[in-house]
Design a protein around this ligand. Structure first.
Ligand SMILES: C[S@@+](CC[C@H](N)C(=O)[O-])C[C@H]1O[C@@H](n2cnc3c(N)ncnc32)[C@H](O)[C@@H]1O
Ligand code: SF4
Length: 411
C-alpha cells in the first residue's frame, strides 16, 4: 500500500509559482523526474506509489505517456510564467514503479517531449530504473537510441532465499545477462541492493556484494531495508512470521559494503551510494540524485511525484485515476504545496547535505550546531580536518549514525 502524502497548503489550479522562485535560479540546475506508477506485482516490502493492473480503477497504462506529456507542456508554461530563465535540462530520471513496464516507444515519447520543452544540456544524464525481468537486449538498445544514458537495475540480492523473502520475481542469474546487454548498448549501469532482509546473514550479504562487483557496474546503491508501515512485510514482522532487521547486523553489513566497495575501486558520495573511482571520482555519480541533496530545481511529472523550484515544493495527487482526471480537466495535478521560509530551507540543507561526501559549509549551522560539532569530532563522527577548514563532513561512523547526527546538530 503506498504511503500517505504530506498535508501542506492547497495548490493553485493553474500551478502558478510566486516570483520569489526566480531568485538564484541561474545558479541552480534544472532536472525532470518522471514517475511511472506501475508494477506487474507488488514486492512485500515496498510502499512506493505504484499500482498493479487490477488496482488502476479503470485507468489504462497505455494512456500514461500522453498524460505525462501534457504535464510536461503545463510545466513549461508555469516555469515561463514565473519569469524563470530558460534552463536546459541537466538530468532526467524515470523512476517508479517500473518504468520499463511501458513500451520503449512511450518512454522515448516522454523524453522527446522533455527535450522539446527545454532542450538538453550537452552532457545531460538520463536514467531509467528497470527490473531485471522487464528488459531485454532489444529494449535496452532502443532505450539508448531514445537518449537514455544509464540504467539502474533493481538487483536487491544475489541469494535466492533473500529474494524470495523480498518477494522479488526475477531470477538472480539474469543480472549478468541484463548488465551485458546494457553495456553492449552503451548504457551506464547502476545496481540497487538491499541489506538487512529478515533471515539474511552476513555471508549472504557478502555473496550479493561480490556478485554485484563481478558485474563491474559504474555505480551501486545499498539501502538498509526499511519495514514500511502498511506493507505485507510489516504484517509478517508484526505477527512474528519474520524477524525484524537487527540494528547491529545492519551496521556490520554497512561496514562490510563500504570496505568491499572501497577496496574494489568505488567511493561513497552519499550515505547509500557509491560510484566507480575510475576515470574520476565524480564521473559516475548520479547527478540527478545529487541535485536533490544539493537543493537544485526539479519538476516531478506523474502521479505522486514531488517537485521543488526555488524553495516551493509540491506533490501530485497519488492515484493514476485521480492524476488522469486532473490532466483531462486541464488543471494542475498538484495535491498540495508548501513554500519554505529561509529557516526551514537552512535546516533542510543541513539535513540533506549531511548525507553527502562534501558535507556542508559550517556557516549553515547556527551557534548551537557549531558548538556541537566539537562534541561530534570527539565522538569521531565528524572529520576534524574538514571542520577546521570550515566544512562538516561525516566519518564512516558518522555515516552509520547519520540520522542521529543530524538530530544532535540541530539541537
Ligand atoms: C522504484 S525501485 C527500483 C526499480 C524497480 N521497481 C525495482 O524494484 O527493481 C527503487 C529502489 O528502492 C529500494 N526500496 C524500495 N523499498 C524499499 C524499502 N522498504 N527499504 C529499502 N529499500 C527499498 C529498492 O532497492 C529499489 O530498487
Ligand atoms: S518492483 Fe520496485 S517499485 Fe515495484 S513493488 Fe517492487 S520494489 Fe516496489
Amino acid at each position: 500500500m503506498p504511503s500517505a502524502l504530506p498535508l501542506g497548503d492547497p495548490a493553485p489550479a493553474d500551478g502558478a509559482l510566486p516570483g520569489s522562485v526566480v531568485d538564484g535560479a541561474d545558479e541552480r540546475h534544472f532536472g525532470v523526474y518522471l514517475h511511472v506508477p506501475f508494477c506487474r506485482v507488488r514486492c512485500g516490502y515496498c510502499d512506493f506509489n505504484t499500482y498493479t493492473s487490477d488496482e488502476l480503477r479503470g485507468e489504462r497504462r497505455a494512456d500514461f505517456a500522453g498524460q505525462a506529456i501534457v504535464e510536461v507542456g503545463f510545466a513549461g508554461r508555469v516555469l515561463r510564467g514565473a519569469g524563470l530563465p530558460e534552463r536546459a535540462v541537466s538530468t532526467v530520471f524515470f523512476g517508479g514503479g517500473t518504468p520499463t513496464l511501458l513500451p520503449v516507444s512511450d518512454l522515448a515519447a516522454m523524453l522527446a517531449a522533455v527535450r522539446g520543452e527545454w532542450g538538453f544540456a550537452p552532457d545531460a544524464e538520463v536514467t531509467t530504473e528497470a527490473n531485471p525481468d522487464s528488459v531485454d537486449r532489444d529494449s535496452l538498445a532502443a532505450l539508448r537510441d531514445a537518449g537514455v544514458t544509464r540504467v539502474s537495475f533493481g538487483m536487491q540480492s544475489a541469494v535466492p532465499s533473500v529474494l524470495a523473502t523480498l518477494e522479488r520475481t526475477h531470477d538472480p542469474d539474469r543480472i549478468p545477462q541484463v548488465v551485458a546487454w546494457a553495456r553492449e548498448a552503451g548504457l551506464g549501469v547502476s545496481l540497487d541492493l538491499i541489506y538487512g532482509t529478515p533471515g539474511e546473514t552476513l555471508d549472504d550479504w557478502r555473496a550479493s556484494l561480490d556478485q554485484a562487483l563481478e558485474q563491474n557496474p559504474d555505480h551501486l546503491s545499498a539501502y538498509a531495508l526499511i519495514v514500511e508501515e502498511g506493507t505485507k512485510l510489516a504484517g509478517q514482522v508484526r505477527r512474528g512470521e519474520l524477524s525484524a532487521p537487527d540494528d547491529d547486523l545492519m551496521a556490520d553489513m554497512y561496514e562490510l559494503a563500504d570496505d568491499r566497495l572501497t577496496a574494489a575501486g568505488y567511493d561513497w558520495y552519499e550515505v547509500s551510494n557509491w560510484a566507480r573511482r575510475d576515470p574520476d571520482p565524480t564521473v559516475h555519480r548520479s547527478r540527478h540524485n545529487l541535485a536533490y541533496w544539493q537543493g537544485h530545481d526539479w519538476w516531478g511529472i506523474g502521479p505522486g511525484a514531488h517537485s521543488h523550484v526555488g524553495g516551493v515544493r509540491w506533490w501530485n495527487v497519488k492515484h493514476p485515476a485521480a492524476y488522469g482526471d486532473r490532466i483531462r480537466s486541464g488543471v494542475s495535478p498538484a495535491a498540495g504545496r508548501e513554500t519554505l521560509d529561509a529557516e526551514t530551507r537552512r535546516v533542510e540543507a543541513v539535513l540533506l547535505r549531511t548525507r553527502i561526501r562534501e558535507g556542508l559549509p559550517i556557516d549553515l549551522l547556527d551557534a548551537a550546531g557549531r558548538r556541537s560539532v566539537a562534541a561530534l569530532i570527539a565522538d569521531e563522527l565528524v572529520n576534524a580536518k574538514a571542520a577546521l577548514a570550515g566544512r562538516v563532513e561525516l566519518t564512516r561512523r558518522g555515516r552509520l549514525m547519520a540520522d542521529a547526527v543530524v538530530r544532535r546538530l540541530l539541537e
